[in-house]
Design a protein around this ligand. Structure first.
Ligand code: NAD
Length: 477
């Protein structure tokens, strides 16, 4: 069985304790990983601090070449990396491959952006002064990432940070550290100088403690649940660390009566059931307008019943396992709660046992209709293959329902009338809007939320802003 060390200061470091990584489709242990703690996190921060000076001073085209090299190496190893991702996380292999290739795209995009970090000249009010605003990297960045996209969440943080001239310490999710540590090998082969990137797997609290208390860390970039994001923000206030928080979502998906129904059915399936519904931007609440409700829900139910659940290595499978038992239990709780409030299960609603797959965590794709608005599925993020369905009458009514949540990450709607489309996207209180588009994430656009979904943006030229600071220079002549 393969064993992974931690990647600190350009070395693979072992520790006294090890953690087992399991395959969620089978329950089997697939690898062991050295367990890092506060000491390894401090060592990594020290290494990143030492490396910062040379890395931030390196001419941008040279930094860009190394980032581009990382992208090329990820692409060259895409199949093997995707297999590791599917083994530790469960998603179907084609989804894993798409995630790996998108990770490469982030490195390529940011290798190009590294060369375009421009400042400003500012007209002075007197003849004997010259004014400039320049942009400089914030310093050492700590990154904490979740298990649902173990490769691309790292790429989305590390590539803009490095492009900006920052150095980084990464803490991947404890359930999926292998994709992260494989990236360490790629950084090593791509010519990344020692200490510029460091990867520490282990239990979150001690590692986060080092990130929050070490004054060398100037920025914390976190993707994960709203609860942990709030906790980190409270703690980061002590040292006024810069923060980016990419947190939970609770996306509404609205189908208007002039929508193309076939496209909208396919859109719901793509948005909801990708990664077994364990996606921060996936649809949680489906609102369908009265005139098309019956026909739409029947077409959707037929499509959802046809989705195949199974292990990620079976090419005919649409939906892999969930990450663990507690994730399945959360879906079960929401289904029970919806039914107790008068909800009707249209399809699904139970666990699935896959023959010869061991003790994996599978749940059937599920649609529940006739639900009250105070049901759990209407109130909290599901993070699983369950979709609540409601019938609405007017655009005004559905806008209110859609915005009636503390979350504000992604929202979707399908419709064709230009006036209604514009009014709808202007009114939705979300950071990302998909209009007739169920998968809006791309490397060249800013991704992030509002309200309890956090702040900061990843992707696009805006993705670098969070890793840069303005410095104003006033020169008397
Ligand atoms: P989580 O908050 O439990 O864990 C995320 C990361 O935080 C992991 O690395 C974990 O080890 C770490 N962590 C946990 N407790 C911590 C603590 N006390 N101190 C410091 N770090 C701690 O979330 P999760 O279950 O891994 O991921 C699912 C959540 O992530 C969902 O809410 C999902 O919506 C969100 N998410 C958001 C985005 C986005 O871009 N907005 C993207 C993916 C996932």
């Amino acid at each position: 069985m393969k064993h992974y060390g931690l990647w600190i200061n350009g070395n693979w470091v072992d520790t006294e304790n090890t953690m087992a990584v399991t395959n969620p489709a089978t329950g089997e242990v697939i690898a062991t990983v050295a367990e890092g703690g506060i000491q390894q996190a401090q060592d990594a921060i020290d290494a990143a601090s030492r490396a910062f000076r040379a890395w931030s001073a390196m001419p941008a085209p040279d930094r860009a070449r190394i980032l581009r090299n990382v992208a090329d190496r990820i692409r060259a190893r895409a199949q093997g990396l995707a297999e590791i991702l599917t083994t530790e996380q469960g998603k179907p292999l084609r989804e894993a491959k798409a995630e790996i290739l998108m990770s490469a795209d982030y490195f390529e995009w940011n290798s190009e952006e590294a060369k375009r970090i421009y400042g400003e000249t500012i007209p002075a009010s007197v003849p004997n002064k010259r004014l400039w605003a320049i942009r400089q990297p914030v310093g050492v960045v700590a990154a904490i990432t979740p298990w649902n996209f173990p490769a691309s969440m790292i790429a989305r943080k590390v590539s803009p940070a490095l492009a900006a001239g920052c150095t980084v310490v990464i803490k991947p999710a404890e359930t999926t550290p292998l994709s992260a540590l494989e990236m360490g090998q790629i950084f090593e082969q791509a010519g990344m100088p020692s200490g510029v990137v460091n990867i520490i797997a282990g239990p979150p609290e001690p590692i986060a403690e080092a990130f929050l208390t070490n004054p060398a860390v100037r920025k914390l970039s976190f993707t994960g649940s709203t609860e942990v994001g709030q906790l980190l923000m409270r703690r980061a206030a002590q040292d006024l660390k810069k923060l980016s928080l990419e947190l939970g979502g609770h996306a509404p998906f609205i189908v208007m009566d002039d929508a193309d129904l076939e496209l909208a059915v396919a859109g719901v399936v793509a948005s909801k059931f990708r990664n077994a519904g364990q996606t921060c931007i996936c649809a949680n609440r489906l609102y369908v307008q009265h005139a098309i409700y019956e026909e739409f829900s029947q077409r959707l139910a037929r499509r959802v019943r046809d989705l195949k659940v199974g292990t990620g290595f079976d090419p005919s499978v649409d939906i892999g396992p969930m990450i663990d038992n507690s994730a399945v239990e959360k879906v079960e709780r929401q289904v029970r709660d919806a039914v107790a409030r008068g909800g009707r299960v249209i399809t699904g609603g139970q666990r699935v046992v896959i023959p010869n797959a061991g003790s994996g965590w599978f749940y059937a794709p599920t649609l529940v209709a006739d639900i009250t608005h105070d049901a759990l599925v209407a109130q909290e993020e599901t993070f699983g293959p369950l979709l609540g369905l409601w019938e609405y009458q007017t655009d005004e009514e559905v806008m209110q329902w859609a915005n009636d949540t503390p979350y504000g990450l992604a929202a979707y709607f399908y419709g064709r009338d230009l006036g209604r489309v514009v009014r709808m996207y202007e009114s939705l209180q979300y950071g990302i809007i998909g209009v007739n588009d169920p998968v809006p994430t791309v490397v060249q656009a800013p991704f992030g939320g509002v309200k309890h979904s956090g702040f900061g943006r990843e992707g696009g030229h805006q993705g670098l802003d969070d890793y840069l600071e303005w410095k104003f220079v006033s020169i008397g002549l």
